[in-house]
Design a protein around this ligand. Sequence first.
Ligand SMILES: Cc1ncc(COP(=O)(O)O)c(C=O)c1O
Length: 430
Amino acid sequence: MKINERRVMTSDAATSFELGSTKATPESAAFLAAVSPESRGAPESGIAELFNYGRGRQGLIPLWVGEGDLAAPSFVAEAAARSLSRGETFYSFQGGVPELREAICRYMSRHYGAPYEATNGPFTADRFSVTTGGIHALQIAVRLTCGQGDEVIVPTPAWPNFQGVVAIAGAVPVEVPMQLEGAGTADAAWTLDIARIEAAITPRTRALIINSPTNPTGWSASVDELRALRDLARHRGLWIIADEIYGRIVYDGARAPSFHDVIEADDRVIFIHTLSKNWAMTGLRLGWIEAPPALGPTIANLIQYSTSGVAVPLQRGAAAALEYGEPFIARQLERFRRSRDILCQGLAATGKVHFARPTAAFYVFAAFAGRPDTRALAFTLVEEANVGVAPGSAFGQGGQTYVRLCFARDPNQVADATQRLVRWVETALT
Ligand SMILES: Cc1ncc(COP(=O)(O)O)c(C=O)c1O
């Protein structure tokens, strides 16, 4: 695909709009031809396209990006500010300051039950390295497990960054679409067919990326499904890259089932974690990767050659979030639940919007009857309902006919957005 083909939109609402400031000229084409094919070919995020188009519109309610409207708790900012005032402005440990790694150990022991200890036993602080958000943890996990031409299986619909990161590493993302069973009924649910994953494995497959709970569908794997995936990976000698960043954002129980419930210390599983969602720290860019301790020095090297570590004041803020942030998570969950119920009830009552009610994460992935071109639909909803949604085409195979709505916002605002959408559905979808 040529660059200007990717950049010019086709919907009526956007015929004259071009994303970003770069126009494809002979000069820019020459520069692009001179850079690596992996970077040149990196897919453009369909979410960013909408976001760039509609942000700044008066009164628009943004449900497109995966973040909430609360700032990080003040004690996080205070811990970071104290660290800055103390002059913690130097290079530090590549894998994170020991205090944060130990705080991660304690947090994981509290919530995931593994016998994490700072220094003893099979699960020690050596398993954890601090990263610049979940995306950096993902980049490291992909670098560790695959190279040029290798294949990585990604069940879809999926967070688009999985495919993007794999492709930039020169590897090939292999999408395995999930199914929506019972579409249009109150019991609709996404399902993962593990036999289809197995069928997608080739001699070049190196890893499975399993995101549970899932962005964008809210699907969560059961313990049995996790066990089956673990067995498949063991049997075929594959890595599992387990993205469980939404594991605490569940509407039943304390957390979602986790690979931690089914693995042994020697299983080849790498976990992606982030502070972005649980503690509303998206802009602070803090996460961690969990991997077998033998990989610690290799991960430290990869951090050295990418970011050289996370700013120490932010790590102090992260340690405070892990130690004192439970009431904040509870408050967020309460808001998410109310917002989810408002949005789901409103959309379902129209009879023209179909989705699986999410039991985890903070997204509704919905199909609007008779509007399968969801890129066009998303532009139309900006123009006619003043609501920002993410087009399903961004989420890979099986997602094209849906839009993603993030309800991690003030329930009153979500109620307002729901009313606007319902009004639009009632007038536009006859
Ligand atoms: C499934 C999933 N994994 C990882 C991330 C990465 O989060 P961040 O890089 O903000 O920490 C996101 C963000 O939306 C996500 O949805």
